[in-house]
Design a protein around this ligand. Structure first.
Ligand code: ARG
Length: 299
């Protein structure tokens, strides 16, 4: 009902514009996922291998543990399975489990870390993949696993420029027998693909994928390729990417995301996703967020 004209005391409203009809957001479908995670028992920042890290600034391991435990609870609440890799004393970055490898179709391509500080982590990941039924592939080239590789609708998106080598992309194509879209990262703050781009929908079977990304993190060829292959993307601002908004994890519907990424959260909701905000501010001190601590296992 609009105005009740029978009530003379109500001043007429000058114009009653019909409420804009919101474009119906598509219904998104979640699918159960499996993540490999490593509890941050030894987490701290004791060296600097990315611009976020300052070894002189204090870290709070107990706080990191609480935030990480809460994330595990979020995944379980969404119906996802979480597998755990045992942390190793002294390996302070091992919580960033995404970097330990990349799995598709039951095959695991093991990481070969760019920086000596992290190299020993690869042994734990290799052993875990082998013990859990993955066909394990030893890398010949430097690569940081799901930090730089993403699975999107049957194709593999692969970053290089700071950590993973371009050569690792050739290996990826051989190991997985899938198309690899090679993307060069150009801004050192966005040193891994998973801080510059999120896969929002990726069917287990080949199908359309939807992504969110920060265009300026890529060179011109990369931006053109992403615009061509993923025209229906959510673009994120540099300001929000810098708090690792894009380091989010989607199950096709629910997107677990840094709680301070307000614009991205609003854009996700408008596109029919269900944002699930979390606080991983302690891990941000090391340049990591939700996605960095979660390696998806695709069997
Ligand atoms: N401190 C870690 C490093 O620089 C953070 C890794 C974050 N992981 C990620 N997948 N982006 O290697």
């Amino acid at each position: 009902m609009l105005l009740d004209t029978a009530l003379p005391t109500i001043a007429p409203t000058p114009t009653i514009a019909p409420a804009p009809t919101p474009e119906a957001a598509p219904t998104r479908t979640a699918s159960p996922r499996s993540y490999l995670m490593c509890r941050p028992e030894y987490f701290t920042v004791s060296y600097a291998i990315n611009p976020f890290m300052n070894p002189d600034a204090p870290t709070d391991t107990a706080r990191a543990l609480r935030q990480w435990d809460a994330l595990v609870g979020v995944y379980r609440g969404l119906g996802h399975e979480v597998a755990f890799l045992g942390p190793v004393p002294g390996l302070v970055d091992m919580v960033f489990a995404a970097n330990g490898g990349f799995t598709v179709d039951g095959r695991a391509y093991v990481a070969s870390f760019a920086h000596p500080e992290r190299r020993a982590e690869a042994d734990s990941f290799r052993a875990w993949f082998a013990a859990h039924g993955f066909e394990t592939h030893e890398p010949a080239s430097v690569n940081e696993g799901e930090g730089d590789f993403a699975f999107a609708g049957g194709v593999i998106l692969a970053g290089h420029g700071f950590r993973s080598s371009a050569e690792s992309h050739t290996e990826l194509a051989r190991v997985f027998g899938r198309e690899v879209l090679s993307l060069r990262l150009v801004d050192e703050r966005f040193y891994h693909l998973d801080v510059a781009l999120t896969v929002l929908d990726s069917e287990a079977i080949d199908g359309p994928a939807r992504i969110a990304y920060l265009p300026s993190a890529f060179d011109e060829a990369g931006r053109a390729l992403l615009a061509d292959r993923f025209p229906d993307s959510i673009l994120v601002s540099e300001e929000e990417a810098a708090i690792l908004a894009l380091n989010s994890v989607s199950d096709g519907r629910n997107v677990v995301v840094a709680q301070d990424a307000h614009d991205y959260i609003a854009a996700l909701a408008a596109a029919g996703y269900t944002p699930v905000p979390v606080d991983l501010s302690e891990l941000l001190k090391s340049g990591g967020g939700v996605k960095c601590v979660s390696q998806e296992l695709r069997r």
